[in-house]
Unconditional design. Structure first.
Length: 372
């Protein structure tokens, strides 16, 4: 049996955390003994780990300045304190702090770094490390770097010249569960009580998700006479500021915050248009889920989106600015035939992300690396 450790900061609300739970739950337990370990014992996704997956943590709570504290110590020291046990494969499932820790391994385990985010410059590449030089040198210690999209891979390799052991694997999505849950009834009156096409966005309410520009686009469309309702599914630090904008512009009757839901799929399926307004993504779990339930998509041109939607083949991709996103949404609202076309194309593309395919590719990679 192959003994694997996945190390990640938390099992919080983010897409990578959700995808890790999906992957760990669905891997063959007759072949793999799996442990998921977090640096901090927090996160809404922890509850979804199967009992067959071992769960451990190092710190009970997140503490202020933790990233600075961790950088005081050497990777080797941190590895010895945090990992402790022996494994055949050790995976840092996010870039940054956990990659630095795993790179401190002096055992003969296979080391894998899973990279989810596009790194545009040396500063972004160095997050969680003491400096760029340390980051590049430590990433070169990994036997394999797995990237969630071609764009994420290319941006990484432009900064750090890893000669080999670089691959792209799509995220594992619980497609069958998503489809099943998307058919559940919605009990919220607010979702159905108002007229107009339903626009939906899903994610943590933080600046990088661009919900502020979506709110401004919504306001502009309302002023132009469009009958729309926009719903945000998620929680986060920017919510209060966005709520103040909504009240100030008097659009609270058509721009709604639904909070965090363990089943966002039923809302996405019953919406007319899914919007990704992000400034940056790695490989959008939310877009993948929208494809699986067959909801038409308009997305800014962020990392991974062309892997998902092609060149406007399965959804509409706009330039990554507010005006282009506005024009893209307006185009979809003005053309019901285009909306229906992309609904059909979303379902077609969603077939590519069946969990059986993605899990099999990951398992095969693990087995091959252990053989080597």
């Amino acid at each position: 049996m192959i003994k694997i450790l996945f190390l990640i900061p938390t099992l919080g609300q983010g897409g990578a955390e959700k995808v890790l739970v999906n992957l760990a739950n669905n891997m063959d337990k007759n072949v793999f003994n799996i442990t998921v370990k977090t640096l901090f014992d927090v996160g809404v996704n922890k509850q979804f780990l199967n009992k067959e997956v071992n769960y451990e943590y190092f710190f009970k709570k997140i503490f202020k300045g933790n990233s600075h504290v961790l950088k005081i110590f050497s990777p080797k020291f941190l590895y010895q304190k945090i990992v402790k046990n022996k494994y055949d494969i050790i995976v840092s499932y996010l870039e940054g702090p956990t990659a630095r820790i795993v790179a401190g391994c002096s055992d003969d385990a296979v080391l894998i770094s899973w990279v989810h985010c596009t790194m545009h410059d040396e500063r972004e590449f160095s997050i969680g490390f003491r400096n760029f030089s340390e980051a590049c040198n430590l990433y070169k210690k990994f036997d394999q770097c797995v990237f969630v999209s071609d764009e994420v891979k290319n941006s990484f390799l432009r900064l750090c010249d890893r000669k080999s052991g670089n691959s792209v694997l799509y995220n594992t999505i619980e497609s069958n569960i998503i489809i099943e849950k998307s058919n559940e009834l919605i009990k919220s009156n607010i979702f159905f009580e108002n007229e107009g096409l339903k626009l939906i966005a899903v994610g943590k309410i933080i600046p990088i998700k661009g919900f502020d520009r979506l709110a401004r686009i919504h306001k502009k469309l309302i002023d132009e006479g469009y009958k729309i309702q926009t719903f945000i599914l998620g929680i986060g630090e920017e919510k209060k500021e966005l709520e103040q904008y909504v009240l100030k512009e008097e659009i609270e009757d058509s721009f709604h915050f639904l909070g965090y839901h363990t089943n966002p799929y039923k809302y996405v399926k019953n919406s007319d248009l899914f919007i990704c307004s992000s400034l940056s993504e790695g490989f959008s779990t939310a877009i993948t889920e929208a494809l699986i339930v067959g909801t038409p998509i308009v997305s800014t041109n962020v990392s991974g989106v062309k892997d998902l939607l092609g060149k406007n083949e399965y959804g509409l991709v706009t330039e990554n600015n507010e005006e282009s996103l506005y024009e893209g949404i307006k185009y979809m609202l003005d053309n019901s035939d285009i909306l229906q076309y992309y609904k059909n194309k979303a379902k077609e593309r969603g077939e590519s992300f069946k969990k059986e395919k993605t899990v099999h590719l990951v398992e095969s990679m693990f087995i091959e690396l252990v053989k080597k």
